[in-house]
Every structure is written in structure tokens, then in C-alpha cells.
Design a protein around this ligand. Structure first.
Ligand SMILES: [Zn+2]
Length: 198
């Protein structure tokens, strides 16, 4: 039985879709990134990996040119949280993911909350990494406020969108235990893999 379980695990491991990723080291590049922001990008990928029930795997690489998913820390720009631009890397689909960790560009209210509450800032950077990497693996926007793939173009209380996640955190490390992925996001992820199968 144990052998069979190990075999099935190996089979799952081999059949998983693997993405290589790279995270830009935070340097003095004019952004408000912090070196610990790399954790947030990594936790976001781990969250998708867990939600995929073995269909997805992410492998870190130290070389940007080899990575399908490339996280960059970008300077703030009027109201923009992040973006994912599709790229091809050795014939495989990937994305340049730009995350803008500067809350000052997200409006007065967001900036003020972020200033008095460091975990609010972490919430925004984490959820942005999660949303943009969702695009990078092929997920589209939804119109459901409860989803991480929700598009802000549909409106709604954006501060509350982040606050409801923030309320789940007592410490930064709690981000690892709260994926931020809804049941519907997870269902969309499953549909993505079902549709890819021959
Ligand atoms: Zn989006």
C-alpha cells in the first residue's frame, strides 16, 4: 500500500504543470519594496500550488531569463496595484508580473491605513501578487467581490476588499495560513486544468 501511495505521489509530481519563477531582489530602485516582499510573492505561488491539488508546481530560479514568471517591484502609478504581461519563455507561456508596493499612489485612504497598519500594506502586496500570478497561470477576471480574481472595474468598496483579508491576520506569518483564494477561484483553477487535458 505504501509503495502504491508513493508511486501515485510520484506520478502526480511528474504530471504537474511546472512553472519556473524569479523574484527581483529589492534594491535601491526607487520603489518602496522591502527585501521581505519576496516572501509575499512566494507565498502567493504556494497558495495557488496548494489550491491546484497537485496540478501546479512552482520552481524557483536565480536567473531571470530562465523564469516563466518574473516578479518585478515597480514604482507606484496612479491607482495601479500591479499587472501581468504575457511572455513566451522557450515556447512556454509565462508573464512579467509587476507589483507596485507604494500605497501612496492608491489614494489617500489606502495610504493612511497603510501608514498606521503595516499588516494592511502586507495584505495589499500579498493579494496583488496573488491576483497577478493568477493571471499569469491563465485565470481571467471575475465579477464576484469574494474572489481574488475580482476586477476592481466592477466597483465596490475596495478598502473593504482588502480589510476583510487583513482582519484574518494577527501577525505577518498568518498570511501563509490564509490563502485569499475563494472556493470559486479554486473551481476556476480546476476548470483551467480540465480544459487543458486531451
Ligand atoms: Zn487583473
Amino acid at each position: 500500500m505504501r509503495l502504491l501511495a508513493a508511486f501515485l505521489l510520484l506520478l502526480g509530481f511528474l504530471s504537474a504543470e511546472t512553472y519556473t519563477y524569479w523574484i527581483e531582489p529589492c534594491a535601491d530602485n526607487g520603489t518602496t519594496c522591502r527585501s521581505e516582499d519576496a516572501d509575499l510573492a512566494q507565498w502567493a505561488l504556494r497558495a495557488w500550488q496548494s489550491a491546484s491539488s497537485g496540478e501546479l508546481r512552482f520552481e524557483k530560479t536565480g536567473r531571470m531569463e530562465q523564469a516563466q514568471l518574473r516578479f518585478h517591484w515597480a514604482v507606484g502609478r496612479g491607482g495601479l496595484y500591479g499587472e501581468a504581461r504575457p511572455i513566451l519563455v522557450n515556447g512556454r507561456r509565462g508573464a512579467e508580473i509587476h507589483v507596485r508596493p507604494d500605497l501612496a499612489h492608491l489614494g489617500k485612504e489606502m495610504a493612511a491605513i497603510g501608514q498606521r497598519d503595516p499588516l494592511f500594506r502586507e495584505t495589499i502586496v500579498y493579494l496583488t501578487c496573488l491576483h497577478e500570478s493568477g493571471h499569469a497561470i491563465g485565470l481571467a477576471h471575475t465579477a464576484a467581490f469574494g474572489d481574488i480574481m475580482y476586477s476592481f472595474q466592477h466597483g465596490g468598496d475596495i478598502v473593504e476588499y482588502f480589510m476583510r483579508y487583513r482582519r484574518k491576520l494577527a501577525a505577518r506569518d498568518d498570511i501563509r495560513r490564509n490563502s485569499g483564494i475563494s472556493a470559486e477561484d479554486q473551481a476556476a483553477l480546476r476548470t483551467l486544468f480540465t480544459s487543458k487535458r486531451p
